[in-house]
Design a protein around this ligand. Structure first.
Ligand code: 13P
Ligand code: SF4
Length: 317
């Protein structure tokens, strides 16, 4: 299936007929981002899912994102074009592991990144995304122990920003972002001395970026640790002529659309998420035609998970 005008027309017609809203994460392939009603980061898309009037949500992203939409909108039909689109980060902790960790730290507040299964969210006090993780942790009284899972690099970023010693971080990672490493970033930054650096906090190189700034190799104000949605906002605001981008390569499409005059380059152009890329133009068409794959969350787990997701939506931006 080619994402041509006939494809686009059929997708739009089917979406209208089935009263579906199409949401796409910033890491989706360009054709999917362009046909979607809304493109954004995980927090923005959760908010849109919660507020939408449509009776069906077609979530072009990975499974935990579609699950979050279902948790927030249990009466709507939530579809994901390919239910096999998982997430290596969400797979790095399960409900039993989190329960065992909590038992070692009784009374600690559990903050989980939204990149987790519904079962993990049900064991969580407050969810967060990369755009509000610092605000979420800062909202917890300073004397209270915090368990942060599953991403170690985002956890390190939150710990640095909040200066909290009582924050314990789970050792999970996303295989795509962990692979964007400090050596690569250092070489790219040296070769592009005028470029701004947009770094997703899940990256293995986030600490290195601040190290480069600390060593005076890159001016500190040029280093921005940003969620994917904040990267788009920053692209519109910056005066930089070139930007090195450390995140999944799908992001470049939104950035180039937002600021066509800027030269955006990936720090690692092999950083492609195979799960995000399972949502192909053919898969989206099939999803709308067949009303598949439908996402279900056990109602009792969903009710507990909803409380932690709602707290996240209420805090911060
Ligand atoms: P955000 O869109 O929240 O920045 O998350 C990035 C990500 O890795 C999602 O899988
Ligand atoms: Fe998960 Fe990483 Fe893919 Fe994001 S990029 S969906 S965190 S595997």
């Amino acid at each position: 299936v080619e994402p041509d005008e006939a494809w686009a027309e059929e997708v739009r017609a089917l979406a209208q007929r089935t009263d579906a809203v199409i949401l796409a994460h910033n890491y989706q392939v360009p054709a999917i981002q362009d046909i979607a009603d809304h493109t954004g980061d995980s927090l923005a898309l959760s908010r849109i899912a919660a507020a939408s009037d449509a009776s069906t949500i077609v979530f072009c992203g990975v499974h935990f994102m579609a699950e979050t939409a279902k948790i927030l909108a249990p009466d709507k039909t939530v579809l994901i074009p390919d239910a096999r689109a998982g997430c290596s980060l969400a797979d790095s902790i399960d409900g039993a592991q989190l329960r065992a960790w909590k038992a070692e730290h009784p009374g600690a507040v559990v903050v989980s990144y939204v990149n987790t299964t519904a079962e993990v969210k049900a064991e969580t006090d407050i969810c967060c995304t990369s755009s509000n993780a610092v605000d979420v942790v800062a909202s917890i009284p300073a004397d209270q122990e915090v368990l942060f899972c599953p991403d170690q690099f985002l956890g390190a970023h939150v710990k640095r920003e909040t200066g909290r010693e009582n924050l314990h971080v789970w050792a999970g990672e996303c295989h795509v972002h962990a692979g964007i490493n400090g050596a690569e970033l250092t070489a790219r930054a040296a070769a592009n001395p005028d470029a701004d650096l947009f770094i997703h906090p899940e990256c293995g190189c986030a600490t290195s970026a601040l190290y480069l700034a600390g060593e005076g190799m890159v001016p500190r104000e040029k280093v921005r640790i940003l969620s994917t949605g904040d990267m788009v906002r920053e692209a519109r605001a910056t005066r930089a002529k070139s930007v090195l981008v450390a995140t999944e390569v799908g992001m470049l499409h939104q950035l180039r659309k937002a600021a066509p005059g800027i030269d955006f380059r990936a720090v690692n152009d092999r950083a492609s998420c195979r799960f995000m890329k399972m949502i192909t133009p053919a898969a989206l068409l099939r999803s709308l035609r067949e009303g598949a794959d439908e996402v279900h969350v056990d109602p009792e787990i969903a009710a507990r998970a909803r409380a932690s997701v709602r707290r996240m939506i209420e805090i911060g931006k």
